[in-house]
Design a protein around this ligand. Sequence first.
Ligand SMILES: O=c1ccn([C@@H]2O[C@H](COP(=O)(O)O)[C@@H](O)[C@H]2O)c(=O)[nH]1
Length: 282
Amino acid sequence: MTVLEPFGARLRRVMDERGPLCVGIDPHAALLSSWGLNDDIAGLESFTRTSVEALADTVAVVKPQMAFFERFGSRGVAVLERAVADLRAAGTLVVMDAKRGDIGSTMAAYAETFLHKDSPLFSDALTVSPYLGYGSLKPAVDLARESGAGLFVLALTSNPEGGEVQHAVRADGRNVGATMLAHLAGENAGETPMGSFGAVVGATLGDLSSYELDINGPLLAPGIGAQGATAADLPAVFGAAVRNVVPNVSRGVLKAGPSVAALRDAAVRFADEVREAVAGAV
Ligand SMILES: O=c1ccn([C@@H]2O[C@H](COP(=O)(O)O)[C@@H](O)[C@H]2O)c(=O)[nH]1
């Protein structure tokens, strides 16, 4: 198997070159319609190709939302495979937002799908759910290390319902979200310039100073744009950890389509806002 440089090192370099913004490709039916496309495989293909053309050499990271491709069955997944290949060929890192999580033996199959270098869906990183227990993710952690990929573990998600699980307090007094952050800090210990095992922490959550966000790894922060957070909120939410934040915006950029130039402009505008907010904070 070809082995890549570790994801954390590749991510740090592209963040330094292009800024830290991640743009999502989320082909919602409503967006297809607003772009004048049908909610079918041809519409999905056109939407995805246009998004890739606009974003591939513009932003550091692109995060396809797998659910919107799976909606169309195997033909939708084929569209996604091509998008992943085209983005990666342009030097853009792909974070596959598939939020996989299962018992360890099944998790191994998910890991093969997204983290084995020879898989058609190989992605630079994968979002995973630790709610079958952090240890159930071990096959994905191991294969990511072997292939130079990364993971983003759901720790403190951007949606208001997440607190029911993530704020639950354990016997040791630490809540579940904080426990996930501690596991990740362990995975990343000693890595330079940063580790490959990131957390998903919503940009919508307000002051997170009670959490140990310094996990020596990236923090994928969805919630900018349609969910109400702004780039200017990032320093107040993340404090000193803001330099490891990869803020995500999906609908906020995609609604500018179908013009490639307008999509690119929207992405550049968000990227500039993020760069300014982060520069002012560090
Ligand atoms: O906590 C989370 C984890 C993942 N997401 C995903 O990010 C995008 C957000 O899209 P917007 O259009 O910018 O709201 C979407 O794919 C979610 O599934 C999240 O929002 N929050």
